[in-house]
Design a protein around this ligand. Structure first.
Ligand code: GLP
Length: 252
């Protein structure tokens, strides 16, 4: 069963996730970190930056990248990663890899999958979750064994992400994304989610049946998962009191 931590807010959750990353990097300075885009991990990057660790030997792999927007677009995930992760943590740009959506797509996807394997594999994957239950851009219906490939975004995801663009029509329809099978190969997963809008997806991922209809439920197949949520995102967890008791090491 996933360890579920219900934090007071996104800042406290970010501190907690940063603790885990910092602990990994102290024991393995050349660790490979799986990097999620989206707004959810921002408090984690800020908290990690504040630790002042030497991050010069780590490398990272982003989960996904939009297809169909020009290089340097402010919402391309390469640009978002440069702004939110590389700059915040004081890294070299080349330390974090992002799929290349500007050439032949399936070979870019295959190259990316291979690069992850050749790096030695992801030690710790930071994940967000979409309101559709997606992980990266693996929308409902994605094979739980899928590898890096081109996918089509769900309409709800495009609506959710329209806040970053001028209009929903500007949100790309496709992406290159790590597959669920790719994500499950990481040695450890930390899934973060905040706000009421994620409550159903979190409940489905943690407590629902294992189903490709809710790709986040694939975390149930992984032996080492920590889910860190705020109260609102935890609000539809049937076993919330049990998780709180387990976390505080008291009987339930
Ligand atoms: C995005 C990304 C995911 C991210 C999720 C949640 O579209 N493809 O990797 O985890 O949706 O985004 P946010 O953290 O902004 O809510």
């Amino acid at each position: 069963m996933a360890e579920v931590i219900i934090a007071s807010d996104a800042d406290a959750a970010g501190e907690r996730a940063a603790d885990e990353i910092a602990q990994l990097l102290r024991t393995k300075p050349d660790a490979v970190l799986g990097v999620a885009t989206g707004s959810t991990p921002l408090t984690t990057w800020r908290a990690l930056a504040a630790r002042g660790l030497d991050l010069s030997r780590m490398q990272g792999f982003a989960l996904d990248e939009y297809v169909g927007i020009e290089p340097g677009h402010p919402q391309s995930y390469r640009t978002v990663i440069d702004r939110e992760v590389v700059a915040t943590l004081g890294l070299e740009r080349g330390q974090i890899h992002v799929p290349d959506p500007h050439g032949p797509l399936q070979s870019a996807a295959d190259d990316y999958e291979r690069a992850i394997v050749e790096s030695g594999g992801v030690d710790l994957q930071i994940l967000g979750i979409g309101s559709t239950g997606h992980l990266a851009f693996n929308e409902p219906g994605s094979s739980l064994a899928s590898l890096t490939r081109v996918t089509m975004l769900a309409e709800r995801t495009r609506r959710d992400n329209a806040r970053f663009f001028d209009s929903i029509d500007d949100v790309p329809a496709h992406a290159i994304t790590q597959g669920i099978g790719t994500i499950l190969r990481a040695r450890r997963l930390i899934l973060l989610a905040f706000g009421e809008g994620k409550a159903d997806a979190v409940a489905g991922a943690v407590e629902g049946p294992l189903t490709s209809s809710l790709p986040g439920s694939a975390i149930q197949l992984h032996p080492r998962v920590t889910v860190i949520v705020d109260e609102a995102a935890a609000s539809r967890l049937a076993r919330a009191d049990y998780y709180r008791a387990a976390h505080e090491n008291r009987p339930y």
